[in-house]
Ligand binder design. Structure first.
Ligand SMILES: Cc1cc2nc3c(=O)[nH]c(=O)nc-3n(C[C@H](O)[C@H](O)[C@H](O)COP(=O)(O)OP(=O)(O)OC[C@H]3O[C@@H](n4cnc5c(N)ncnc54)[C@H](O)[C@@H]3O)c2cc1C
Length: 343
């Protein structure tokens, strides 16, 4: 099986890795567009999301799968990529405290949540009178390191093309490959091989900053309220993200950065120094399920996209699922198959 993968964000990278592990011959093309979603994401894997602390879709299946794949990559490249970090969740209203306790009594939730009275290294940086919950089985995948390691390997081994592949290019290349898989992130909205997909793109902004407090260098938990603060080491934190359905471009804006700083001021009582401001467009979709499958207009063109806000958790499982389909002809799960839009 000879396969061209268009786009080397987290989707294209994990798919290329998976297909190569299973013996396929793979070429990867990336145009290097600035501000891709994968390049600025924190890579957080959070088992409980939303205001009501509901467990993520099929989390118990996806989490061990993802951990195994990222650990294999770490081993291959001798680079830390998978960081298990609990999330200290600030519970700011009596309702949140109640909802947290209620979830804990439900089956399957004690594996991913617990109560705690201690804020650990965060304690001196938080306003007084806080209530907390602790999220377990949370992690951070170092997307930038992962993308760079894979790209370096692909360049060294001669299977990387630093170029944009448009529809005409793909048609010309179709004779050379058994399949061309588009992993273009939000740019796929313009791809004519995949019309009628129910995209609902969203923009997110984030910051890299230093917290000006001596305890900041010892923090080993993420901190979450309306934003998530992720320790990256040596007192530097990723702080984000905002969420907007309407936007003009994929760069950072004054309004959203101000919004982030206001939210941050609600969470910590220390000053900070912003090091970098970032923004990107997420490939989010209306029914919150990934897009996998063959084009309705060309039998060699495939898509792997729609990972939304959860690329870190979803990419490994669904890349393996698509690989099963491409290499062994196994049927795609109807929930993710793009034929749901072409019935
Ligand atoms: C602010 C923010 C925070 C986020 N935080 C998290 C988080 O903590 N955890 C998490 O799991 N997810 C997070 N996400 C979501 C996550 O970023 C996405 O789920 C994921 O990165 C999508 O990856 P992708 O590979 O599909 O797309 P992208 O990352 O957009 O990658 C697409 C790639 O394709 C290339 N490309 C596009 N078109 C072409 C073409 N025609 N030819 C060649 N190359 C092309 C681009 O250059 C790019 O490299 C966050 C997103 C944002 C914006």
């Amino acid at each position: 099986m000879r396969c061209l993968i268009v786009g080397q964000g987290i989707a294209g990278t994990v798919l290329a890795w998976t297909l190569r592990q299973r013996g396929a011959e793979v070429q990867v093309a990336d145009a290097g567009f600035s501000n891709s979603s994968s390049s600025i994401a924190a890579g957080i894997i959070n088992p409980v999301t939303g205001k009501r602390f509901v467990k993520s879709w099929r989390f118990d299946e996806f989490y061990p799968f993802a951990k195994n794949v990222y650990r294999q990559m770490e081993h291959a490249w001798q680079t830390p990529l998978w960081h298990e970090l609990p999330i200290l969740r600030l519970l700011s209203t009596p309702r949140e405290v109640n909802d947290w306790a209620a979830r804990l009594s439900m089956p399957g939730y004690t594996l991913v949540m617990s109560e705690t009275q201690s804020a650990g290294s965060w304690a001196a940086m938080l306003p007084p009178g806080q209530h907390f919950g602790l999220t377990k089985n949370a992690a951070r995948v170092d997307f930038p390191a992962l993308l760079e390691k894979f790209s370096a390997q692909a360049r060294a081994d001669g299977f990387h093309r630093a170029e944009q592949i448009g529809p005409d290019d793909a048609l010309k290349l179709a004779g050379e490959y058994d399949c061309i898989v588009f992993c273009e992130g939000y740019r796929a909205v313009e791809n004519p091989f995949f019309p009628k997909l129910a995209w609902q793109l969203s923009k997110g902004e984030a910051m890299l900053l230093e917290l000006n407090h001596p305890d900041a260098v010892t923090v080993e938990q993420m901190l979450k309220k309306t934003l998530t603060l992720v320790p990256l080491g040596t007192g530097v934190f990723w702080a984000g993200a905002s969420f907007n359905w309407t936007f003009e471009d994929n760069g950072p804006t004054d309004a959203e950065q101000q919004f982030l700083e206001q939210r941050l001021a609600d969470m910590v009582q220390v000053s900070w120094t912003v090091k970098k401001r970032t923004g990107a467009i997420r490939p989010t979709v209306k029914d919150r399920r990934p897009f996998l499958g063959v084009s309705p207009v060309h039998s060699k063109m495939f898509i792997f996209n729609g990972l939304g806000t959860k690329g870190g958790l979803l990419a490994p499982f669904w890349a393996a699922h698509l690989a099963d389909h491409l290499l062994e002809g196994k049927p795609l799960d109807k929930e993710v198959d793009i034929r749901r839009f072409y019935a």
